[in-house]
Design a protein around this ligand. Structure first.
Ligand code: NAD
Ligand code: UFG
Length: 354
C-alpha cells in the first residue's frame, strides 16, 4: 500500500461509505492519502449529526475529515450534483442491500436498489467522463461450486439461487457490457468471500440491525450475552466435522484489497473488466470458528446443532492466487485475529454504534 505523504490525484467516490465494508475502506483510503467523498442513503446506518456514526468514528480514527453526502444512488440528479461538485477519478461502489433471506421476500426492491441503482450510477459516471469502477461483488456469483477452490474462471450466474446473488451477478454483467461497448471503461470486480472482524482499534466494526444473519456477529452477540445460543445450521455436511465450511477474511485485509484494485485500475496498461477473488484460500468450519472465538474472548459460546439452513452450501473457499500475482495482495490476518478484533469491537460497543 502506498502511504507516503503525497495526495493522490483525483477524488475517490465511495458509495455506501457508511456501511461495514465501506467505512473500513474509507479508513485505509484516508490513511493512504486519497481524497475521498462518501455517499450513502443511510438505509443501513446508525446516524448522528446527519452522518453515519461509522464515519464520525472514522474521523476520530484517522484525524481527517470525511466529506459525506446523503445521496441515494437511485436518484440521478443527486448523483450528478456530486460529480459536478468534485473531480472524481474513480468510483468504489459498495451501496447495496445485502440480506440473502430478505431478497427472497422483496425481490423487486433488491433489483431496483442493486441493479437499477448501479445502472443509474454507471450512467452518471459515463455522462461525467468517469470510467473507472471498483465493484463490490461476492463469491455468491459462483452459485453452487462445481470445483474447489473457486477460481475466477469458474462459471458465474448459474446456480445463483436468490435475488441478492443474482443482483451481484447482473451488475458484473453490466460492467462487462460497458467495457465491451466503450474501450476506455475499466472495471475491477472484487468477489469477497466471508468478510468478518473489525478495525483493530475497536472503534468501528460490523453493526447488523436486528438479529444477525451471519455467523461471526451472531457468535459475538452470544458471547456478550445479547443472545442465548448459536444455532449451528447443519451438522451432516460432507465436511471435516459436518458443519459448513467458509473462507473468512479479515475486514482490514479486504479493505486494503480495494486500494490494490485502485492501483491496478489506474495503471495505463489495465483495460476492460477483470474479476478478483478476495479470500484467504482457507476454509474453517462453523465449529472451528466457534472454538477460535471462545479462545479469543475467553467466553463460552453456547450452541445447538439444528437443521441445515435452506440455500446453504457445504463448502466454499477461494483460490486467491490471481489477486496475489496481479494485485500484489494477500490476506495477512488469520482466524484468531478475526475473532480477537470482532470481540474487541463487540466488547467496547455492546450495542454497536447506537
Ligand atoms: P452494509 O449494509 O453495511 O453497507 C452498504 C451501505 O450501502 C449501507 O450503509 C447502506 O445504507 C448503503 N446503501 C444501500 N442502498 C443504497 C442506495 N440506494 N443509495 C445509497 N446508499 C445505499 O453492507 P456491507 O457488508 O458493507 O456490504 C458492502 C458491499 O459489499 C455490498 O455491495 C455487498 O453486497 C457486498 N458484499 C458484502 C459481503 C458481506 O458479507 N458483508 C459479502 C460479499 C459482498
Ligand atoms: N451459520 C450458522 N449459524 C448462524 C449463521 C450462520 O451455523 O446463525 C453457518 C452457515 O450455515 C454457514 C456459515 O455459518 O455454514 C457461514 O454463514 P454466513 O451466513 O455467515 O455466511 P454465508 O457463507 O452464508 O454468506 C455470506 C454472506 C453472503 C455472501 C457470502 C459469500 O451473507 O452475502 O457470504 O461472500 F454472498
Amino acid at each position: 500500500m502506498s502511504s507516503g505523504t503525497k495526495q493522490h490525484p483525483g477524488v475517490i467516490l465511495v458509495t455506501g461509505g457508511g456501511g461495514y465494508v465501506g467505512s473500513h475502506t474509507v479508513v485505509e483510503l484516508l490513511n493512504a492519502n486519497y481524497a475521498v467523498v462518501a455517499i450513502d442513503n443511510l438505509s443501513n446506518c446508525q446516524v448522528s449529526n446527519g452522518k453515519p456514526e461509522s464515519l464520525n468514528r472514522v474521523e476520530k480514527l484517522t484525524g481527517k475529515k470525511v466529506v459525506f453526502y446523503e445521496v441515494d444512488i437511485r436518484n440521478k440528479d443527486e448523483l450528478d450534483r456530486i460529480f459536478k461538485m468534485h473531480k472524481i477519478s474513480n468510483v468504489i461502489h459498495f451501496a447495496a442491500l445485502k440480506s440473502v433471506g430478505e431478497s427472497t421476500q422483496i425481490p423487486l426492491s433488491y433489483y431496483e436498489n442493486n441493479v437499477g441503482g448501479s445502472n443509474n450510477l454507471f450512467q452518471v459516471m459515463h455522462d461525467n467522463g468517469v470510467k473507472s469502477l471498483v465493484y463490490s461483488s461476492s463469491a455468491t456469483v459462483y452459485g453452487i461450486p462445481l470445483a474447489l477452490p473457486l477460481t475466477e474462471t469458474h462459471p458465474t450466474g448459474q446456480g445463483c439461487t436468490n435475488p441478492y446473488g443474482k443482483t451481484k451477478y447482473f451488475v458484473e454483467e453490466i460492467g462487462k457490457d460497458l467495457c465491451s461497448a466503450y474501450p476506455d471503461w475499466k472495471v475491477v470486480s472484487l468477489r469477497y468471500f466471508n468478510p468478518v472482524g473489525a478495525h483493530p482499534s475497536g472503534i468501528i466494526g460490523e453493526d447488523p440491525s436486528g438479529i444477525p444473519n451471519n455467523l461471526m456477529p451472531y457468535i459475538s452477540q452470544v458471547a456478550i450475552g445479547r443472545r442465548d445460543f448459536l444455532r449451528v445450521f447443519g451438522s451432516d455436511y460432507d465436511t471435516k466435522d459436518g458443519t459448513g465450511v467458509r473462507d473468512y477474511i479479515h475486514i482490514t485485509d479486504l479493505a486494503i484489497g480495494h486500494l490494490k484494485a485502485l492501483e491496478k485500475i489506474s495503471s495505463p496498461s489495465f483495460k476492460g473488466f477483470q474479476a478478483f477473488n478476495l479470500g484467504t484460500g482457507r476454509g474453517y468450519s462453523v465449529l472451528e470458528v466457534l472454538k477460535a472465538f471462545e479462545k479469543a474472548s475467553g467466553r463460552k459460546v453456547a450452541y445447538k446443532l439444528v437443521d441445515r439452513r435452506p440455500g446453504d452450501i457445504a463448502t466454499c473457499y477461494s483460490d486467491a492466487n490471481l489477486a496475489k500475482t496481479e494485485l500484489n495482495w494477500v490476506a495477512e490476518k488469520d482466524i484468531d485475529e478475526m475473532c480477537r478484533d470482532t470481540w474487541n469491537w463487540q466488547n467496547n460497543n455492546p450495542n454497536g454504534f447506537s
